[in-house]
Design a protein around this ligand. Sequence first.
Ligand code: C5P
Length: 398
Amino acid sequence: MNAFHGKRFVLGVTGGVAAYKAAELARLLVKAGAEVDVVLTAAGSRFVGAVTFQALTGRPVWQSLWDERMDNGMAHIDLTRGAAALLVAPATADFLAKLTHGFADDLLTTLCLARDCPLLVAPAMNRQMWENPATQRNVEQLSADGVIILGPAEGDQACGETGAGRMFEAAELFDDLHAFIQPKLLAGKRVLLTAGPTFEPLDPVRGLTNSSSGKMGFALARACAEAGAEVTLVAGPVALATPRGVTRLDVQTALQMREEVLQNLSGQDVFIAVAAVADYRPRQLEEHKIKKKTVPRTLGLEPNPDILAEVATRADAPFCVGFAAESHDLEKYAEAKRAGKKLGLVVGNLIQDGLGCDTNRVILFDAEGAHPLLLADKATVAGRIVSHLANLLEKLHA
Ligand code: C5P
C-alpha cells in the first residue's frame, strides 16, 4: 500500500485519554511513507508529551501560536499548505464546540480556521458528553460545513461507562485516511462481489471445497469501497475482516452464494465474481456424521450453477467481471472464459502467482486485448483493477 508515499498530513491532538491512539496512528502513517506534522494542544500534551510525537514522526511538534521556528512565524497558516488533510484525533467535545463557532484561540483552532486542506475529526469523549444535545448540534453543523466526522465507536470507556464516544482505533483511522485519499473513480456506482471458496457439505463435518483465501476478493471489495462505490460482498467461509464500509453477507455453499447474489443483484452497476465456487456438490447431504466404516468409496456429485454465467446472460445484467485462475495456458483459457461467459473484463492469473499469498501478478483481458499488470501486493493490484474497470465503465457510458 503506497498511497501514503509523498503525502503530508497534519495530526491535531487535543486533550483526551485517546491521545495515546494518536501516537500509534502517527507511527502507522510514517511507516506507510507519509510525513506527519503533529500539532498538540495544551491539554493534549497532558496526555502524551511532544517528545513522543517528535520521536515517532521524526519532525518537530507544534504547540504554540507564538512558535518562532517557522521562517515567517506563521505556523498557523503554513502548516496546512500542501497537506493532504488535517486530522484531529482525538477531538474533544470542547474542541468540537470551538471549531463549530470558528474560535481561534490556540494554534490548532487557528490552523483549522485558516486551513487550505480537508479537515477530518475523530471525536473522543464520555457517552453523555457525546449524546448531549450541544455536542450533537455542533457535530451536525460541522458536517454541514464539510468537516468529515470519523466515528465515534461504541464500547467500553476509560471512565468505566459503556456507550458511544470511544475514538476509533489507530488502525481504523489509518484505513479511513487511506480511503479518504483515494480518487473516487467509482463514485455513485453499486458493486456486488463474490469472494472466497464455497464449502459443499457431505455430512455435518466433511465436505468439498476449493482452496481460496479470499484475499484478492476482499482487497477488491475494499478498493471499490475506497473508490466511492456502495459495495456488497457475498463471502464464502474465510477468516478475513470485513473491509470498512462494505456490506458483507456470509454464505457456505454455491447454492447459497447464488441465492444471495440474485437477491442483491437489482440496481447493481457491476458484478465481480472472484469466488472460487466449487464446481460440484455431493448429491446427498447426510444428516449425521458418516461413520468411518460406512463412508462411501464413490461420491455421487451434482453440478453447481455457474453464478457468473447466469448473471452475465440476464437481460438486466450489470457490467460483469470474472476471474480466471489457471495453472497453464492462461491467455488462451482466460480469453475463452471472457468470450464464453460474455464478460466485460476477465482478470487472469497463474495459480502459482497468487494463491494464498499477499501478492499477485495478473493480466486483464477485455474487448481490446490483454493488459498485463506488474507483480504487486493484492491491495495495489486491486487498486489497478479498479482504475481499469472505471475506464471501461466510462467508455461504456460515453
Ligand atoms: O470456475 P471458473 O474458472 O469457470 O471461474 C471463472 C469465473 O466464474 C470466476 O470469476 C468465478 O468466480 C466464476 N464462477 C461462478 N460460479 C461458478 C463457477 C465460477 O460465478 N459456479
